[in-house]
Design a protein around this ligand. Structure first.
Ligand SMILES: O=C(O)CCC(=O)C(=O)O
Length: 288
């Protein structure tokens, strides 16, 4: 078994199957059960504690509307890999990065960023319906998101829920082909979290430790409220870019938000991201 510099296994417990790959292409999302070795879980949980105790991460790595402290309703932190070695290893030398390569076969896969979602029990702070694309300064389609939970998650609690097939349409259509209101709003928000869209098929899963959930750049999805969970729910979403992704500076989002560019420039003062060009591989490392 290959191990990374932290001694953690690099290979997934099994490869992605053709059926899982087909589900991602068809539905825009898929669950891949039993791939992350258990050896990763405690280091990842410790990494979350480490990040949540790091004022630099909490202050600079969160957007304005995010909670500011562990006592807040929800943590939504960015770029943990720049602050924590376990997150950095997960990004590029882990079963997750191997799965990204399997889902973008033959491509030059780059790590885009990570986003941590911590939901405490009993709170109502969910992740509203949205499409990831609307939050990015990128063009292209070669992309995969890998959502890695560090706690078991029930489908009717804080699991992620997807509108099946929504990645295939610029607008979100109901089963009769009608455009759903809010399905293509410029902010990327589909609407109110509590209002489940009518006339569409949604999918979510009970997730165990070791499972991951993968989704397309364009799939509309949400993350449930913590109201009903009995325990904390911690998960990180890792985003990977493939061959055809280029930077589009006219689209406000990641990574062009000033607070995020500041994080990169603090580390790589000469970093330039050229409009229409590929991303620099120091800040967006290649998965080898
Ligand atoms: O974990 C969540 O609540 C939401 C996850 C999500 O929206 C994402 O990974 O894009």
């Amino acid at each position: 078994m290959t191990r990374n510099h932290l001694g953690l296994p690099v290979e997934p417990l099994r490869n992605v199957t053709p059926e899982e790959r087909d589900a991602l292409a068809r539905d825009g999302a898929a669950v891949i059960h039993g791939v992350l070795p258990e050896a990763w879980i405690d280091p990842l949980r410790d990494a979350v504690e480490d990040l949540l105790a790091n004022p630099d991460y909490l202050e600079r790595g969160q957007t304005e509307d995010s909670a500011r402290a562990m006592g807040g309703p929800m943590i939504n932190g960015f770029m943990g890999w720049l602050h924590n070695e376990v997150f950095a290893a997960l990004a590029t030398h882990s079963p997750a990065s191997e799965i990204a390569k399997q889902l973008l076969p033959g491509q030059s896969v780059q790590y885009f960023y990570d986003q941590l979602f911590v939901k405490r029990p009993g709170v109502d702070s969910g992740t509203p319906w949205h499409r990831d694309r609307n939050y990015y300064s990128i063009d292209g389609k070669d992309f995969v998101s890998i959502w890695v939970p560090f706690d078991p998650v029930l489908a009717d609690e804080t699991s992620v829920t997807y509108i099946k097939g929504s990645h295939l349409h610029e607008d979100v259509l109901d089963r009769s082909g009608r455009v759903l209101p809010g399905g293509h709003s410029p902010s990327g928000l589909f609407g109110d979290l509590s209002a489940n869209p009518q006339g569409v098929e949604t999918v979510s899963w009970d997730i165990n430790i070791g499972d991951v959930v993968v989704h397309d750049l364009n799939t509309v999805h949400m993350g449930g409220l913590g109201r009903t969970n009995s325990a904390i729910r911690r998960a990180v979403a890792l985003r990977y870019l493939g061959d055809d992704i280029t930077y589009n500076e006219s689209l406000p989002g990641i990574p062009s938000l000033p607070e995020l560019l500041e994080i990169y420039r603090a580390r790589w003062p000469d970093l330039e991201v050229e409009d229409g060009g590929k991303f620099d591989t120091r800040a967006f490392p290649l998965v080898r």
